[in-house]
Design a binder for this molecule. Structure first.
Ligand code: KIV
Length: 242
């Protein structure tokens, strides 16, 4: 399994590939395809639970889904997002329950520092911070916080929804890898929310999103065929019966 320091050492050598996952089967697939980092993001609240933002995700939700992801992964670094309103005690709960010590924290350099002092591996997050943001807007005031998060001991940092040129400049000044989402090609790596990049989340199409598949249409087609076959009696066949 990749360690946080191995991920950090990739800076300047090759781009880092990161995606989110929330369940066993998808995590297994990403791991087998060589994704470096699997983030159990609190985007869970929106793409799995259908909520309007990330704020309803609890520490119990995060532990349950991170456990499911862990069951499918043998190589990638797994990062558990620290949900809204959670701090040091909840990070410890993740470590005690699951035995992993890699968490992502939005902003909060002081919390990053306290966690690093307690031997956590912390991925920072600057720019658009969904736990605090009231609207979806490109952020220009993120550089100082990114430097403070590095100083606090983070091993990498997500830069979300920031101008590409500024992200490239901050990336060149930091010693830790930047993982961009809506932050341009100058970052050390990229992350996308898995259902978004698979084309399953049809209502959501920000400028930065590239859809690599159209699972919405593939799933609809499969369900349509299944429905036709059940109604016509074509499924199950003799060979599909005991
Ligand atoms: O929760 C999440 O999925 C994230 C990514 C967008 C980086 O924080």
């Amino acid at each position: 399994m990749f360690s946080a320091s191995e991920i950090k050492a990739l800076k300047g050598k090759r781009k880092i590939v990161a995606l989110t996952a929330y369940d066993f089967l998808m995590a297994k697939l990403l791991d087998e395809e060589g994704v470096d980092i699997i983030l159990v993001g609190d985007s869970l609240g929106m793409v799995v639970y259908g909520e309007k933002d990330t704020k309803g995700v609890s520490i119990d939700d995060m532990i349950r889904h991170t456990g499911a992801v862990m069951n499918g992964v043998s190589k990638a670094l797994i990062v558990a997002d620290l949900p809204y309103g959670c701090g040091f005690d909840e990070a410890r709960l993740i470590r005690d329950e699951l035995g992993i010590s890699c968490v992502k924290v939005e902003g909060q350099p002081d919390l990053v520092k306290a966690l690093c002092a307690d031997s956590f591996d912390v991925m920072g997050h600057a720019g658009l911070k969904p736990q605090q943001a009231t609207e979806f807007r490109v952020q220009k005031e993120f550089a100082d916080e990114a430097y403070a998060i590095e100083q606090a001991g983070a091993f990498s940092i997500v830069l979300e929804c920031v101008p590409a040129e500024m992200a490239a400049d901050v990336t060149s000044r930091l010693n830790i890898p930047t993982i961009g989402i809506g932050a341009g090609a100058g970052c050390d790596g990229q992350i996308l929310v898995l259902p978004d990049m698979l084309g399953m989340n049809k209502g959501f199409k920000p400028k930065f999103l590239r859809e690599y598949a159209n699972l919405d249409s593939a799933c609809r087609q499969a369900v349509k065929l299944y429905k036709e076959d059940v109604i016509s009696g074509n499924f199950p066949s003799h060979n599909e019966s005991y």
